[in-house]
Design a protein around this ligand. Structure first.
Ligand SMILES: NC(=O)C1=CN([C@@H]2O[C@H](COP(=O)(O)OP(=O)(O)OC[C@H]3O[C@@H](n4cnc5c(N)ncnc54)[C@H](OP(=O)(O)O)[C@@H]3O)[C@@H](O)[C@H]2O)C=CC1
Ligand SMILES: O=C(CO)COP(=O)(O)O
Length: 332
C-alpha cells in the first residue's frame, strides 16, 4: 500500500485514481477547480469530469493545495492536459519528495517544443530517468471507471520502479505490464491520437471499415517509423500501447480524438468541434508537433501532414484521404 497523489482530476486522472484506490492505496487527487476538489473530497463524486461514477472510493480524497497534495507521496501521477503540463508542473518543483516516483498518463507532444511528456516532466521537475515512468495502453477512461477488465503498460528506465508502479495499480480488473521502453510508450500514446482524428473524420464522413482499417494501418506504419527514429523499441508498437491503443481509440466514440475527428467529418469546423468536445483531444495540438518531428528525424508523415491541413487549412475529408494516398506506386 502506498500514498499516491494524482495531479489533475480529469476523466482519466479520476478513473486511474479509482484504480489506485481499488488496489488499496491512499489516493489524493489534486485539482485547480474548487468545485472538483470539494466534489471528490466531500461527496466522492467528480460531476465535472467523470460523472458516470456515482461514488468514488472512500480511500480517495482531494485537495487544491499543492504542498499538501504531494507532501507524503510515494508515487505522483501526472494527468494534466499535455500542453499545460509544463506550466502546471513548474509549481510543483521542489515540493515532491526526493524519494517519490513520478508517472505520466499524458498522451501528447508539446507543440511549442516538439518534446514528449517524459522529456517535459523530467525537465520541469529536474527528475532523473529512473524516477520517471510513462503509463500507456488501451485505456478509455469510462470503461475503466466502470471496472471493465483492461490492461496498460508501465515504462521506466529502472524496471524495478516500473514494477513498483505496476503493483500499485493492479486490481482484479486492471493489469499492468512493464517495459524499459519509455520512448515507445510516449510515441505510441501521442501519435495514435492523430490517427484517431483521421479515422474519426472518415467515419463521420460516412466511410466504412475498409477506410478505417487503411488509415489505422498506414498510421501504425507512420508512428512506428517515427518512433524508431526517436529511439523506441519496435516491439512496443505491436503491443498494448501500440496496436492495442489504436484499436481502442480508433474504434470508439468514447475517444475524444475519434469524436473530434468524427465531428469534423460531419462538417463541423475545428472551432465548433472544440466547443462540443467533452475533454481534451490531445491529437489536435499534437498533429503539428508530429509533422515537425517527422521533419527533424527525416521521416515522412503523410497522415499527420494531411491532418494538419485539415486542422490548419480546413481541407475536406476527401482531400485528406487523397493526400494520404499520395502519388505513384510505393512498397507498403
Ligand atoms: N480519458 C482517457 O480515456 C485517457 C486519457 N489519457 C491522457 O491523459 C491525459 C489527461 O486526460 P483526461 O484526464 O482524460 O483529460 P480531461 O480533459 O478530462 O482533463 C484534463 C485535465 O488537465 C487539467 N488541466 C488543464 N489545464 C491545466 C492547467 N493549466 N493547470 C493544471 N491542470 C490543467 C484539467 O484541469 P481542470 O479540470 O481544472 O480543467 C484536467 O484535470 C491526456 O493527456 C490524455 O490524452 C490517457 C489514457 C486514457
Ligand atoms: O487514450 C485513450 C484511450 O487509450 C483515450 O483517448 P481520448 O483521449 O481520445 O479519449
Amino acid at each position: 500500500m502506498a500514498n499516491v497523489t494524482v495531479l489533475g482530476a480529469g476523466a482519466w486522472g479520476t478513473a486511474f485514481g479509482q484504480v489506485l484506490a481499488d488496489a488499496g492505496n491512499n489516493v489524493t487527487m489534486w485539482a485547480i477547480e474548487p468545485e472538483i476538489v470539494e466534489g471528490i473530497r466531500d461527496h466522492h463524486h467528480n460531476g465535472v469530469r467523470l460523472p458516470s461514477v456515482e461514488m468514488l472510493p472512500s480511500n480517495m480524497t482531494a485537495t487544491g493545495d499543492r504542498a499538501e497534495a504531494v507532501a507524503n507521496a510515494d508515487i505522483v501521477i501526472v494527468a494534466i492536459a499535455a500542453q499545460f503540463a509544463r506550466v502546471a508542473l513548474t509549481e510543483f518543483k521542489g515540493l515532491i519528495p526526493e524519494t517519490a516516483l513520478v508517472a505520466s498518463l499524458m498522451k501528447g507532444i508539446e507543440r511549442t517544443t516538439g518534446k514528449r511528456m517524459d522529456e517535459v516532466v523530467m525537465e520541469t521537475l529536474d527528475l532523473p530517468a529512473e524516477r520517471f515512468a510513462a503509463i500507456s495502453g488501451p485505456n478509455l477512461s469510462k470503461q475503466i471507471a466502470d471496472r471493465e477488465p483492461a490492461a496498460t503498460v508501465v515504462g521506466c528506465a529502472d524496471i524495478d520502479n516500473a514494477r513498483k508502479i505496476a503493483t500499485a495499480c493492479t486490481t482484479d480488473y486492471f493489469r499492468a505490464f512493464v517495459t524499459r521502453d519509455v520512448i515507445g510508450l510516449e510515441m505510441c500514446g501521442s501519435l495514435k491520437n492523430v490517427v484517431a482524428l483521421a479515422v474519426g473524420m472518415a467515419r463521420g464522413a460516412g466511410y466504412g471499415e475498409n477506410t478505417a482499417a487503411m488509415i489505422e494501418t498506414r498510421g501504425l506504419a507512420e508512428l512506428t517509423a517515427l518512433g524508431e527514429a526517436a529511439g523506441a523499441d519496435l516491439k512496443t508498437f505491436a503491443g498494448l500501447a501500440g496496436v492495442g491503443d489504436l484499436i481502442a481509440t480508433c474504434g470508439s466514440p468514447l475517444s475524444r480524438n475519434y469524436t473530434f475527428g468524427s465531428n469534423l467529418g460531419k462538417g463541423l469546423s475545428v472551432e465548433e468541434a472544440t466547443k462540443v468536445s467533452n475533454g481534451v483531444a490531445e491529437g489536435v495540438p499534437t498533429t503539428d508537433a508530429v509533422v515537425a518531428l517527422g521533419k527533424q528525424y527525416g521521416v515522412p508523415t503523410p497522415l499527420a501532414t494531411a491532418m494538419s491541413h485539415v486542422l490548419d487549412d480546413g481541407i475536406s475529408c476527401a482531400q485528406m484521404l487523397s493526400e494520404l494516398f499520395g502519388e505513384g506506386i510505393t512498397e507498403e
